[in-house]
Design a protein around this ligand. Structure first.
Ligand SMILES: [Zn+2]
Length: 287
């Protein structure tokens, strides 16, 4: 091979205190997807070529070693205060102020892995409220959560107050059973949901469904437990009887839920004889 050897460059916090060194790991081979290289001692490894080339840096392995395509700048000790703060400085500052990874992501657009790496590199402890808790503290939190459940508090409030996990709160609720007062859950009326998710086409000739669905069926979801097919609903309102078999639109427009544009098996003439007889009888009596 006539080409000069290529390397991946690792930024290494050699003593964990910010004495940075750059290690070079020779690249053995590049494929379309992977870059193969060797660590000192001859251990072979590979990283995603696309991800590395897109970001310029990738974190590898459980030790999350930082591998760069080109030699990275060494973060100089004490230079941070003089020069403009780096992105890592900004992340560190937020973490020290008690921000969560989610906060950091929101404010700086940094991935959680990146923020976690800064926390490890700079040994930033979790704030007291979010550190790991001992058994006695967990028991106290459980008791507080149970008291709040019995008093009718919401899960969000309990979580904020006690930091019990949502799974734990759900388990406590099961344990307490019927002693936990039911919380009224807001439910939209059917017509509200229809108004919310129905849009008239530009020519005004059709009503289109824009709401939640399951598969290709038009599904109307009300609250969390009740769900039904919105086409069945508009069909019944237009034809005065529940549909038989599948309901399809006849106007050729996808997602059309205009009742008069819908046909069931009876209208298509594909329903079993008994169903057709019942349906036509209903239509005769209702008209
Ligand atoms: Zn239509």
């Amino acid at each position: 091979m006539a080409d000069a050897p290529e390397y991946l460059y690792e930024l290494w916090n050699s003593d964990g205190l910010g004495t940075w060194k750059i290690l070079r790991h020779p690249i053995e081979k590049k494929t379309a997807c992977r870059i193969f290289f060797t660590y000192p001692g001859g251990r072979r490894a590979a990283v995603s070529r696309q991800r590395l080339e897109a970001a310029g840096v990738i974190h590898h392995g459980t030790a999350r070693r930082r591998l760069h395509l080109t030699p990275p700048d060494i973060p100089g000790p004490g230079t941070a205060s003089e020069s403009a703060p780096t992105r890592e400085d900004q992340i560190a500052e937020l973490l020290r102020a008690g921000a969560t990874y989610r906060d950091v992501e929101r404010q700086l657009g940094a991935a959680w892995a990146e923020a976690r790496q800064v926390r490890v590199d700079r040994a930033i402890p979790f704030p007291p409220g979010r550190a790991k808790r001992f058994r006695a503290e967990l028991d106290a939190a459980d008791q507080a959560a149970a008291r709040m459940l019995l008093a009718g508090a919401s899960v969000e409030d309990i979580y904020t107050e006690t930091r019990c996990s949502l799974t734990r709160i759900a388990a406590l609720r099961r344990e307490l059973g019927s002693r936990v007062p039911a919380r009224p859950r807001p439910r939209r009326a059917v017509d509200e949901v229809l108004a919310l998710y129905t849009r008239a086409t530009a020519d005004g000739g059709h009503q289109q469904w824009t709401g939640p669905r399951r598969g290709r069926t038009k599904v109307l979801i009300q609250g969390r437990t009740q769900r039904f097919n919105v086409r069945h609903l508009t069909f019944e309102r237009a034809h005065g009887r529940p549909p038989t078999g599948r309901v399809r639109s006849t106007c050729g427009l996808t997602d059309c839920i205009t009742g008069t544009h819908l046909a069931d098996a009876v209208i298509r003439g594909t329903a079993p004889a008994t169903a057709t007889a019942t349906a036509t009888a209903t239509e005769r009596t209702s008209s």
